[in-house]
Ligand binder design. Structure first.
Ligand code: DGY
Length: 432
């Protein structure tokens, strides 16, 4: 059996709760983000979940990653939703996505953190299932290549999304303008299941939801032709989260491919890293002195600083001047709110401390940003972000997201990725 990182003998009450959540949301070979609101496998949720499972059962953690990768479509995409098991009650379900694939999933993808989590697991608790690992790496090569073929913006060389759900940051104010231009399709009457679980004040609006759903209908009308969607989707925006995560994932994949002696694709992955590095640099917006989203249609940067603006260290692109400006923004955020990291600039119009990606703190972004900050020597800020992650969890429990001003837990309760990130941080702290 694989060695696994040990859980300390005595757990804090929140660490105990985290373990209970991971167990309760475990469906055997995959996990759900939370019961009720999201009753099936979500792409990046699942990858983060494995970080938590590695403390409970290392091979179970690997199974989570293998199962996610097994949902890969023939073209290489790993979808953002995989409908396994009992998912009744979730809307839009597989009948609405109608993706025409053997795997009932969505027709879009999500930030590819899978390779980076695989590297972390491989360093902590390498799997005994060598063949599965090799298969996983081959699938990762194909998924990353899919991004370069179907999601690379030819102008900026950074990664674009064709649906706000693809970014994971559904209602980020940066998407608002382009989303408003999406014509609302002739939608059948529908009932939003999310509002049965979470207060509407903490979720996207009905006008946004109509457009999210319209984009699903436009996609399926085109039989999810990714080439067409890449060029003509009514929603196209270049996303710093996608770009930083894919860039980092390629760096981690390169290490794993070497470790497992899969030398055939090294050249391609290295070339993609090079392209994405220039893509990330092109997200620098000199007007606001931060890395921001980019509208490929208008060839214009969005004007807002978001939590993604601090992912340059995680992406491994360090320009001293740009780094200094970014850190200034981060310190400004830290002075304005009680808990880091708000998802949107707390001094900008459109900030809303309780509404999903318009302001709340998300543990997964805290994890990524703090990891990058440690790596580039910004220890104090990294530790502040990690301390806030722990405090928020211990204060109100393991929620989907948190109010950066009051610390109140918001959105879905008993959330898998919050439990996983909490446990990861807490265990590292208690193991010295
Ligand atoms: C949802 O169901 O609200 C998700 O964000 C879709 O990805």
């Amino acid at each position: 059996m694989s060695l696994q990182p040990e859980l300390p003998e005595t757990l804090s009450s929140t660490a105990t709760e985290a373990v209970q959540i991971l167990n309760a949301n475990d469906r055997g070979t995959y996990s759900v983000p939370t019961q009720g609101l999201y009753p099936m496998q979500f792409n990046w949720d699942s990858a983060f979940a494995a970080l938590g499972y590695r403390f409970l059962d290392a091979e179970r953690a690997w199974t989570e990653l293998f199962q996610l990768a097994a949902a890969q479509f023939p073209d290489g995409m790993i979808p953002h939703l995989v409908f396994r098991g009992q998912h009744e009650g979730y809307f839009p379900g597989p009948d609405v996505w109608d993706n025409g694939q053997l795997i009932p999933g969505s027709g879009i993808t999500q930030p590819p953190v899978l390779a980076s989590v695989a590297r972390t697991l491989d360093e902590d608790c390498p799997t005994q299932r060598h063949n599965m690992m090799v298969d996983l790496l081959r699938r990762l090569v194909r998924w990353h290549a899919w991004f370069m073929q179907y999601r690379l913006d030819t102008v900026s060389k950074a990664v674009l999304i064709i649906h706000p759900w693809e970014s994971g940051r559904d209602n980020l104010p940066d998407w608002d303008q382009v989303l408003q231009r999406v014509p609302v399709a002739n939608l059948p009457a529908y009932r939003r299941s999310d509002l049965g679980h979470v207060d509407a004040a903490q979720r996207p609006t009905q006008a946004q939801y109509d457009r999210y759903l319209s984009l699903v209908y436009y996609g399926r009308e085109r039989h999810w032709d990714q080439q067409w969607l890449h060029q003509h989707s009514a929603f196209r925006m270049v996303d710093p989260v996608m770009t930083a995560i894919l860039l980092r994932a390629n760096r981690d994949l390169l290490v794993l491919l070497q470790r497992y002696e899969l030398y055939g694709c090294l050249g391609q992955v290295a070339a993609d890293i090079h392209t994405l590095e220039s893509g990330w640099r092109n997200l620098w917006n000199p007007d606001v002195r931060a890395y921001t989203a980019f509208d490929p249609h208008l060839e214009a940067h969005s004007g807002s600083v978001t939590s993604a603006s601090f992912l340059h260290c995680y992406a491994g692109v360090l320009d001293r001047t740009e780094h200094a400006h970014s850190i200034d923004h981060l310190r400004r955020f830290a002075r304005r709110v009680k808990f880091l990291l708000p998802s949107f600039d707390p001094q900008a119009d459109g900030f809303d401390a309780r509404k999903y990606w318009k302001g709340p703190v998300w543990h997964i972004i805290n994890y990524l940003v703090a990891k990058g900050l440690h790596e580039c020597g910004e220890e104090r800020l990294a530790l502040r972000i990690e301390r806030d992650t722990l405090t928020l969890s211990e204060k109100t429990g393991l929620f989907e997201y948190y109010d950066p001003e009051t610390g109140e837990g918001l959105g879905g309760k008993t959330f898998t990725w919050s439990a996983a990130v909490y446990l990861d941080r807490w265990c590292r702290l208690h193991q010295g």
